[in-house]
Write a protein that binds this ligand. Structure first.
Ligand code: NZQ
Ligand code: ZN
Length: 382
């Protein structure tokens, strides 16, 4: 096991009715801005719960944060923050709204020329405090210090401990209104987060491996049930907690990571608008086949421990693990080929050119994935 430091300071309030706890979590003296998305919270009862919980607070609202939050929209929120001297942010939504709020928190305190510099490596020196109410289990953004922001055909991330939400309210019953596409997306995204911290090479990290395998099993068991039994609270609760633990820092401490599927997938989203999880479902299976040799021990362990498969032949065992992953994505309604999204050959060159543009030229746990190899991987995903 590798050395590590671990802290996760986000207070989690989990369960039915927990939005009512907001009143005690946000200081009543705060000048509060509530950020939300395209309107789902106005039709599913979440907004009313907010109004009730914050009835003793003074607050402004900022709606219209889109999926894959856009810099230009977020800058309007930054203006509002400055104009109204806002000193506390509350994000209410999925990963896009929470990431957007993290950007606003840092951008409002940024003293350089354009806050876009934060995405290009400028240091976060200060940020407004932030809490969140999660409505879509997927990204883990509710209890991690990362934000992913889009601007035209650029989709970049930044991270800083100051971006970590102080609290996160996770009420599984607010996810009953998710359309099946977002249920599938969320489960696939969380599943890939676990795999990108697990499918590398063994470092005798038994605890992290067993935690990861447990989360994968929970997602495999509950994901399809969320589609077939959409009103089942316990199913929703297990998905919500699994997705949060998948990317709150815990399972990734002390082990190697491979975020190459995310790095490549972000280009597909930025260039062609694929949903985040769709982009991952396209990239991961081909990438695993291309990297099967260096990942073979973990691919075999995955098949044995998660699907109880016991093939003697190493190559067959590895292929079975990859086929199982791919099959699960499809079962969750997320297609796995570029062609399924109307994309062909030209997309491959465009993705590789974007990777070069952003310096993403040595991906993977061994830094051995350059844009030429990425092109071959994507060609296998046509
Ligand atoms: O905008 P509204 O009307 O709220 O609708 C949203 C949106 O259209 C809808 N939705 C959310 N909760 C709902 C609901 N509809 C009905 N009922 C509810 N309870 O779902 C749609 C998608 O929402 P979005 O927030 O975009 O989805 P997700 O949570 O999957 O977030 C994706 C974003 O997070 C980034 C992705 O790149 C993408 O930009 N990620 C952030 C990460 C992080 N911060 O650590 C890591 C991830 O790997 C990921 O990259
Ligand atoms: Zn993701």
């Amino acid at each position: 096991m590798n050395n590590f430091h671990y802290i996760n300071p986000t207070q989690i309030c989990f369960g039915r009715g927990e939005i009512a706890a907001l009143g005690g979590l946000v200081p009543t003296s705060a000048r509060l801005l509530v950020l939300y998305g395209g309107g789902s919270i106005k039709t599913n009862g979440v907004y009313e719960q907010l109004e009730q919980a914050l009835s003793h607070h003074q607050w402004h609202g900022f709606g219209g944060i889109t999926a894959n939050p856009e810099f230009d929209v977020l800058m309007q929120a930054v203006e509002l923050v400055r104009r109204e001297r806002i000193d506390y942010l509350l994000a209410v939504g999925g990963g896009s709204v929470i990431d957007g709020a993290k950007f606003v928190a840092a951008a409002a305190c940024f003293e350089g020329q354009s806050p876009w510099a934060l995405l290009e490596g400028a240091r976060v020196e200060a940020a407004l405090p932030l809490g969140c109410v999660l409505t879509l289990p997927a990204t883990g953004s509710e209890s991690n210090p990362v934000a992913v922001i889009s601007r035209g055909d650029a989709k970049l991330s930044f991270r800083h401990p100051l971006l970590q939400p102080g609290f996160a309210i996770l009420d599984p019953s607010v996810t009953f209104t998710l359309p099946p596409r977002q249920v599938g997306n969320g489960v696939v995204d969380a599943f890939v987060h676990v795999l990108e911290q697990y499918l590398t090479y063994p470092v005798q990290a038994d605890v992290q491996d067993r935690l990861a395998e447990g989360l994968l099993l929970a997602l495999l068991e509950n994901g399809p049930r969320a589609l077939s039994e959409p009103d089942n609270y316990e199913v929703r609760a297990n998905i919500m907690w699994a997705a949060s633990l998948a990317l709150n820092g815990l399972i990734g401490r002390g082990v190697p990571h491979d975020w190459s599927t995310h790095a490549i997938g972000h280009q597909l989203t930025a260039l062609y608008g694929l949903d985040h999880a769709q982009s991952l479902a396209v990239v991961l299976p081909s990438l695993l086949r291309a990297q099967a040799r260096s990942k073979q021990d973990k691919l075999i362990q995955l098949g044995r421990r998660v699907w109880q498969s016991s093939r003697e032949d190493t190559a067959l065992q590895i292929e079975e693990s990859i086929l199982r992953i791919e099959g699960f994505f499809r079962q969750m309604g997320v297609a796995t080929r570029l062609g399924d999204y109307g994309l062909g050959e030209p997309a491959i060159a465009a993705v590789c050119s974007n990777l070069k543009r952003f310096g993403l030229i040595r991906l993977g746990e061994h830094g051995d994935l350059d844009p030429e190899r990425v092109a071959r991987i994507l060609a296998q995903a046509l």
